[in-house]
Ligand binder design. Sequence first.
Ligand SMILES: *[C@@H]1O[C@H](CO)[C@@H](O)[C@H](O)[C@H]1NC(C)=O
Ligand SMILES: *[C@@H]1O[C@H](CO)[C@@H](O)[C@H](O)[C@H]1NC(C)=O
Ligand SMILES: *[C@@H]1O[C@H](CO)[C@@H](O)[C@H](O)[C@H]1NC(C)=O
Length: 431
Amino acid sequence: MASNQTAVSGTDPKVYDEYKTKWSEQPADEATWVQRAKDVASVLAKDASIRDKENKSPRAEVALLKHSGLLKILGLKKYGGGEQPWSAGYKVIREVAKGDGSLGMLLGYHLLWSTTANVVGTPEQADRFQDLIISNNYFVGGAVNPRDSDLKITSDGDNLVFEGFKFFNTGGVVSDLTVLEGVYNDTEDHIFAIVKTDQPGIQFSHDWNNIGLRLTESGSVKIDKVKAPWRDALGWNVSKQKPDPEILGIPFATLLLPTIQLVFSNFYIGIAWGALNEASDYTNKSTRAWPFGGDVKEKPQDEFYILSTYGNFFAHLRAATALADVAGIEISSLYKNSGDAASRAKVTAQARGEAAEWVASVKVTATDTGLRVTSGVFEVTGSKSTASKVGLDRFWRDIRTHSLHDPVAYKNKELGRYQLLKEIPEPTWYT
Ligand SMILES: *[C@@H]1O[C@H](CO)[C@@H](O)[C@H](O)[C@H]1NC(C)=O
Ligand SMILES: *[C@@H]1O[C@H](CO)[C@@H](O)[C@H](O)[C@H]1NC(C)=O
Ligand SMILES: *[C@@H]1O[C@H](CO)[C@@H](O)[C@H](O)[C@H]1NC(C)=O
């Protein structure tokens, strides 16, 4: 554990020790990976509401993800990974989020960061970082928030030196490695690098105390002269000290953005299912039929408005889920054979743009439906379900918090241009 982190209270990894052996066998196909994610979700769901209130660093929960093997689902088999496509990765994110939205989010960001070198690195870097991350079952965080000023990067000869401040990072406090990104001295060229989290130059403020996703450690971080060797400058030609256009100048190198946007939607959809399932359970056990409507029913399960509301939420969540699965396949198809430079070069801007609009469609649908379901379930659980100890509010707080990451209005607008003008979006930090 990093010395700059011990002062802050975290959950105790020992509480999940039994799962080290219980889950020692790695799932072999998509169905068994999804089942593993369901098992993780049911462990997390038991006390998710209590852990949400306590707002500790999720050390135990990240240990649980490590025991489950889920951190390695996308990793290369030769290093112990599952070598599943993103379409399966999205499903496990969604399943984990059903039990605990924060952990679905942490898993999702990790999967993106752990494959970053595959997208923006040279083949040698991609292989080297797969080995480092997957062989060690590392959890990867990132300090990349593009709304803050870029980190500044200078060179001390052998190393890049990163310096700056990020208002948001995700999972950094509980990570083994951190993805840094900044702008190289007096240029407009960006560099990604992956460094060890446990070092004096990475200083977390431990200031994550927001209304939702309270176990994600998404607070601020100061980067104080953190070094990375030049050979770790992802996608750069070190002898030239320039980005390699064959790696970073192609549409493939911009795939991190639609890939993470679809991560977001999948944990929103998972969280909304979590709300629907927990509410159903509550309605079954504790909601009473309304006695003043004339047509008085004995049980809540006979109330027309309760049945029709659940039915409507169910239909919209199924639609969002089905759409997310289609978009997952679109994204996965762009990554096909991505270990090989020729296949990467074949991904066109048009194909990338069309996949991004599948992803935008899911984002709009998942946000609208997710907010409606997580706030609407109270109408079919009743006034007693607002008790803090029930904890039914955490689902709405989680989706409300993350759905402000970037305004969904711009996704609607982007889709409008796609439909009306047949325009694909420019790749940006948010598209
Ligand atoms: C930064 O760039 C300037 C101008 O190109 C150069 O003079 C300076 O030596 C560079 N500094 C470092 C630390 O690389
Ligand atoms: C890097 O640039 C040098 C100098 O232009 C070139 O000879 C070399 O092939 C490049 N390296 C790679 C990996 O492209
Ligand atoms: C609700 O109760 C019914 C009948 O007792 C049961 O079959 C069903 O599984 C319960 N649903 C939930 C979500 O708990």
